[in-house]
Design a protein around this ligand. Structure first.
Ligand code: ATP
Length: 256
């Protein structure tokens, strides 16, 4: 796949992000093809969450919060293009309205609200019909949640909470779904179950997925293209087959 002529729903161009004087993202450029699953892999502190926050726009909120409390200065340079439009300074809520939805790291469900309430909260951007249809889809995708509808989300297992977090993100009618370390801290059997569910969403709905993970192995079967981040820079990229052929990647990110 030549990166010049792909139909990219998302493009990041020459991105630099600084927390005060420390560089977190160092000249990153990437393209995410429409309708595909793109993986971003990297160790702790490689810059995965910073990249996700820049794409979702949450970094704008983070900057405002830091300024208000006299904290560190967050600055960035470069461009984020969504459907060809420059959204670098667009508010995260406006990005969400256009279908760019982030499911953040550590499955931030509302612990004191029930499973059902959490799902309904996700539908704030949806029409009644969309919300109804998506809710049915979420329970079809994750039947594990059916008997947990009235349970407080804080009492769900890690895997169930991640299903709920993905379900809630789907309720917001994403066209591009950003998943920041969706498998973090889950048991291997649940990892495989969730990775497959993410692929099913992509295949059945056509939603483009960009996910970050520390270890590529559990999501390797479902990604179309991957990038490897090291200290804020992209050091490798390729199709899953190309990455699999690289001994450095196998050792560091696939645990093989
Ligand atoms: P993890 O897997 O631990 O979540 P990550 O790949 O998501 O890591 P980031 O959280 O994006 O990495 O961090 C990238 C770099 O930026 C790290 O050096 C981190 O310490 C720094 N960093 C992240 N958030 C902040 C912040 N709010 N203030 C200062 N430095 C930060």
């Amino acid at each position: 796949m030549s990166s010049n002529n792909i139909d990219a729903i998302l493009e990041v161009k020459d991105l630099l992000v600084y927390y005060e004087n420390a560089i977190a993202i160092n000249n990153v450029s990437l393209k995410c093809p429409r309708g595909k699953v793109t993986g971003v892999f990297g160790a702790n502190s490689a810059g995965k969450s910073t990249l996700m926050h820049t794409i979702s726009g949450l970094i704008l909120d983070m900057r405002i919060k830091e300024e208000r409390r006299g904290g560190e200065r967050i600055t960035w340079y470069g461009d984020v293009l969504y459907n060809g439009k420059n959204i670098t300074n667009m508010k995260p809520s406006d990005r969400a309205k256009e279908g760019l939805i982030l499911s953040p790291e550590r499955r931030q469900v509302f612990p004191e609200s029930s499973t059902m309430e959490n799902i309904k909260i996700g539908g704030y951007l949806a029409t009644r019909e969309e919300a109804k249809k998506t809710m049915e889809y979420v329970f079809k995708l994750f039947p594990e949640l059916i008997n947990l509808k009235n349970r407080e989300a804080g009492f769900l297992s890690g895997g169930e909470q991640q299903m709920l977090a993905i379900g809630r993100a789907l309720m917001a009618q994403p066209k591009l779904l950003l998943l920041d370390e969706p498998l973090l801290g889950l048991a291997p059997s649940i990892e495989a179950r969730l990775a497959q569910a993410i692929k099913t969403i992509n295949a059945e709905t056509g939603i483009t997925v960009v996910l970050s993970e520390q270890y590529a192995r559990p999501v390797f079967p479902i990604i179309d293209y991957g990038y490897v981040l090291e200290n804020g820079s992209i050091v490798l990229e390729g199709t899953s087959e190309e990455l699999m052929d690289n001994p450095d990647v196998l050792g560091a990110y696939f645990g093989m």
